[in-house]
Design a binder for this molecule. Sequence first.
Ligand SMILES: *Cc1c(COP(=O)(O)O)cnc(C)c1O
Length: 354
Amino acid sequence: MNIKITKTTNPKPIPADDSTLGFGRVFSDHMFVMNYKKGEGWYDPRIVPFDDIALSPAAMVLHYSQTIFEGLKAYRKPDGNIQLFRPEENFKRMNLSGSRMVIPEIPEDVALAGLKELLKLDKDWIPHSDGASLYIRPFVFASDPFVGVRPGEEYIFMIITSPSGPYYATGLNPVGIYVEESFVRAVRGGPGYTKTGGNYAASLAGQVEAQKQGLAQVLWLDGIERKYIEEVGAMNIFFVIGDEVITPELQGSILEGITRKSVIELCRKWGLKVTERKISIDEIADTYKSGALKECFGTGTAAVISPVGLLKWGDLSMEINNNKIGDVSKRLYDTLTGIQYGKITDDMNWVREL
Ligand SMILES: *Cc1c(COP(=O)(O)O)cnc(C)c1O
């Protein structure tokens, strides 16, 4: 498929100071778009100026949330070249999400080629400073005007990009997390393993509750027994107990993070014992009381590694590693960001230079 490019005639000024960017608020000059029609398949891949889009008020996504998304980043290397981290994994996962949400398969090669063209065109929007990057948001939604529950017959696939400042403006500080006991995020058999809008809409009530308590994020428990740990808002979760690295096993309700997968692969390469299994909040409280709980951290594209310094479960406030970043967390953060920013050799074959 040939990608048609229409350049903006009205380029926006590129923010000069990366520290004022924040996350997800500023958008670059162009976007990638492709359409789908039942019987025709995907057609008209193109890059156009970033702009508002017109949709019918009856567009199906607005009523029944048939939509999926992805999130990845473009990094600027010290030599100025641009690279992506395991981008094929994102488009593969997007199609996995799509198969659950009955969204037609996206040609992964076209999506990746479109993304690369878009990045070449908006190269100057990729921030220069340490820890800053260009956040990339691919997404698909049902666009046909129809009020009634059935799979859409028309879809729009888009990629927009957003220059983002360093996630940790004041260094890699541990966060406080709230264990949610009344709301659940996902159940087995549901779409918990997909990146679909509804999962996040359903998580907001818990997030608001966490923030009321002055904590950054929610730790979700399983929807059936309400005791096994699942994951955090948009991060997977890991514990270091004794010498072992433990993360909840995937059984359909947890999103399989690419950072999670990379952390498991790195830890195993370093000779650490990594176990994916069910782990209950009671067990975490027991290991905390016995002194065996060494570290806890979240993993995700946005923050990479987010050390957890406080875990609040009911009346129990567990302060982990004296609210300081632990050795395993630090080593993972330094290695992953080192590879992503091209500062250390990528012997895992994870990065793709433009
Ligand atoms: C995106 C996401 C993650 C992390 O996935 P990465 O591929 O590592 O960015 C974890 N949990 C949820 C719910 C997510 O949406």
